[in-house]
Design a binder for this molecule. Structure first.
Ligand code: CA
Length: 228
């Protein structure tokens, strides 16, 4: 993989870089946001590892400028300090694809990068969305957990597809409402909760690993972990 690491903490950058290079990957470094933005603009990377707290241009701003100004779809994994839930949510809002909380292990970083790149390159070819043991084949619309086939109503299927495509990002309540009802959502949110409940009954009820998570006051996300 050809990677860009934007991180102002020199020791951390060196450790991560040495590990990734030892596994055969190419790393470019930037120690501040503006250098990172410049490198991201002039080179084609498979993924960018982006620290949130950077001198000059911070990680959120860098991410937003890549997505909104440069229309750059490169997978971005954001590094955040411990326990800053707001930072993680803000990261997803500006277009980060995944996050990792410091301190993290280099092998986990590598695994997440590989998953991000697989997902990014899978669009339009594999036509299968997968999160943990949950799969949705976009051609046949067959949904499975492991070997078990799940039966969903058309609206539940549509909601699941959006949650899986966004994973691990949070879908805000208004986004979920738009998916279910377009521009004409019902007045009360009881209907929304009923839809989520029905989806959980099919996707999660019989399985130890729960995939659909409520982010209170924000919305819903589908992911293997519920640590957000
Ligand atoms: Ca930093």
């Amino acid at each position: 993989m050809n990677l860009l690491l934007v991180e102002d903490h020199a020791d951390l950058a060196a450790n991560v870089g040495e590990f990734l290079e030892s596994r055969g990957h190419q790393i470019d470094y930037a120690a501040d946001g503006l250098s990172g933005l410049h490198l991201a603009a002039v080179n084609a990377y498979d993924a960018i590892i982006l620290d949130l707290g950077l001198p000059g241009l911070d990680g959120l701003t860098l991410c937003r400028r890549l997505r909104e100004d440069a229309r750059n779809p490169v997978p971005i994994l954001m590094l955040t300090a411990r326990g800053t839930e707001r930072d993680k949510l803000a990261g997803f809002e500006v277009g980060a694809d995944d996050y990792l909380t410091k301190p993290f292990s280099s092998p986990e970083l590598l695994a997440r990068l590989q998953a991000l790149i697989r997902r990014a390159s899978g669009f339009g070819t594999a036509r299968v969305l997968q999160v943990a043991d949950l799969t949705l084949n976009l051609d046949t619309l067959v949904v499975r957990r492991g070997e078990h086939r799940l039966e969903l109503t058309p609206s539940a299927l549509r909601l699941l597809q959006h949650l899986m495509a966004a994973s691990p990002r949070v879908l805000g309540r208004s986004e979920v409402e738009r998916i279910l009802w377009g521009d004409d959502p019902p007045d009360s949110d009881a209907a929304l909760r009923a839809h989520i409940h029905a989806l959980r009954q099919v996707v999660d009820r019989d399985y130890a690993l729960k995939l659909i998570h409520t982010v209170h006051g924000v919305g819903y996300r589908l992911a293997q972990d519920d640590t957000l």
